[in-house]
Design a protein around this ligand. Structure first.
Ligand SMILES: Cc1cc2nc3c(=O)[nH]c(=O)nc-3n(C[C@H](O)[C@H](O)[C@H](O)COP(=O)(O)OP(=O)(O)OC[C@H]3O[C@@H](n4cnc5c(N)ncnc54)[C@H](O)[C@@H]3O)c2cc1C
Length: 440
């Protein structure tokens, strides 16, 4: 079908990867694209990118991903994406109490870029706490035992605004968007099984059927709801997000600081000037929601994934320590807009961009963003074009994987940049309920 660019193409999900797919298809001349999303507006509150900022950094231990991130950063500098990219610099550090895994990861990330022709001149080692204080004159905390480096080639992007901007751009170029819990929420993929099996369309929550010879599914953490086999190599996982509300003066004070990522604690960004929120994320292996019957982890499937306005005590402790070490006057301030943010994780942190087996190349799945896929937004759709051109996924690691068994607990824990062990979200909910009870 791809030879005829007027044939309908359906994209499921208007998150960061779905929008990028629509963008590259429309740039390639495809003229009949419809994107479906369960949310009533873009950015979708179900998207992992529904956030004020995400790190855009090029360092990866695998040079393949470093090259991709470099291409993506080029994309972030174009007129469409440029307004959302802030090249503030990116500090990677460990605290004096960091476990060896965090130190090893930092050294490997640094090794991947320190002699790289593009980065070499952008890297500054930060060997001791005073180096951090010299760089961040706003840091009044002790930064005990901190060491690491600054990469001035990186920064962050405003993820919600980027999605909003790309949506607006696409709508102006004729891409259709069908949004909302009735018209936009996809409940079923439809298959023709007489002869070679193929996916022929979708059904939405209002019962409507939409047909297309090519469907590209970009449902992030929710993917296994519609393509259950994805749940055998990818888990829905969540991490905590919290914010500190700043005053106008505090926001001005912290303007322009690099992203700081302390591998054993967490990271924060320069404050968002519109909301004056300082966003913080703890680093850890995350939480999953395994269905004991089928072993598949999906986000809790109610309207909004609970728990909201709460993060686990261990995550809060990491963030408070991070603040105490850096911006101590904020360390005891209540967190606002706390949430658990869901993404699709794989055991090796590799993406999946492939045709779903046994669908006669009618169904493509993009999954396994593994919590580092936002930065790739400018280029994700080019991988779909490559797949359509080549007729197969040539990178083995990105192929649709065969089931690896039902024991998904611990997935992703061995990935070098994850410190800790994956836990079940129900343990978090129980902990929250215990705390609430104790307060009564
Ligand atoms: C806390 C946190 C921090 C992160 N930090 C970074 C970072 O610093 N840098 C980075 O590069 N990446 C980061 N990521 C990862 C990044 O957000 C994801 O890789 C990226 O958003 C994945 O995009 P996606 O399109 O696959 O999924 P999503 O953006 O989640 O999009 C999925 C879409 O599918 C829609 N949908 C779901 N079910 C249905 C349905 N049944 N019908 C219709 N639509 C549906 C949703 O509404 C949503 O719009 C982070 C993730 C988290 C959770």
């Amino acid at each position: 079908m791809t030879s005829n660019k007027t044939n309908p193409i359906i994209i499921l999900g208007s998150g960061t990867w779905g929008l990028s797919t629509a963008l590259h298809l429309v740039n390639e001349g495809y003229s009949n694209i419809t994107v479906f999303d369960r949310a009533s507006e873009i950015p979708s509150r179900y998207s992992a990118g529904y956030d004020i900022n995400k790190i855009v950094r090029p360092e990866y231990e695998d040079p393949f991903y470093t090259d991709l991130a470099l291409q993506a950063i080029k994309g972030w500098k174009t007129p469409l994406f440029g307004p959302y990219f802030h090249k503030t610099g990116y500090v990677v550090a460990t605290s004096g109490r960091a476990p060896q895994k965090a130190i090893t990861h930092l050294n490997e990330a640094l090794a991947s870029i320190k002699d790289h022709p593009v980065f070499k001149s952008h890297i500054t080692p930060l060997n001791k706490p005073q180096d951090f204080k010299d760089l961040f004159w706003q840091f009044r905390g002790p930064v005990t035992g901190f060491s690491g480096y600054l990469n001035r080639f990186a920064g962050y992007a405003h993820s919600s605004n980027a999605m909003k901007g790309v949506h607006h751009h696409l709508a102006g170029r004729g891409v259709k968007f069908v949004l909302g819990p009735q018209h936009g929420k996809v409940t079923e993929l439809l298959y023709e099984t007489s002869g070679a099996r193929r996916c022929t369309g979708i059904r939405t929550a209002n019962g409507a059927v939409h047909n297309a010879p090519l469907i590209v599914s970009c449902l992030g953490a929710y993917q296994a709801e519609l393509i259950p086999d994805v749940g055998k190599f990818s888990v829905a996982k969540c991490w905590s997000v919290a914010h500190v509300q700043l005053t106008d003066e505090e926001c001005d004070l912290l303007r322009g600081i690099p992203v700081i990522n302390v591998r054993d604690l967490g990271f924060f960004f320069e404050p968002d000037p519109a909301t004056k929120l300082l966003k913080l994320c703890p680093l850890g292996a995350g939480y999953i929601n395994t269905n004991s019957k089928n072993g598949v982890s999906l986000p809790p499937l109610d309207n909004l994934p609970p728990p909201q306005d709460y993060i686990p005590a261990e995550d809060e402790a990491k963030l408070r320590r991070l603040l105490r070490e850096t911006l101590p006057w904020l360390a005891d301030r209540p967190f606002v807009d706390q949430k658990m943010c869901w993404f699709a994780d794989t055991s090796d942190s590799e993406f999946c961009v492939d045709f779903v087996p046994d669908t006669s190349k009618s169904l493509i799945v993009l999954s396994g963003d593994s919590g580092h896929g936002f930065k790739m937004m400018p280029i994700v759709g080019s991988w779909v074009l490559d797949l359509l051109k080549n007729g197969r996924q040539e990178r083995k690691q990105w192929q649709f994987k065969q089931p690896v068994g039902s024991n998904i607990k611990g997935w992703g824990d061995s990935v070098s940049w994850r410190i800790g062990t994956t836990k079940e979200i129900k343990e978090v909910i129980q902990e929250r309920d215990r705390m609430l009870k104790a307060r009564l």
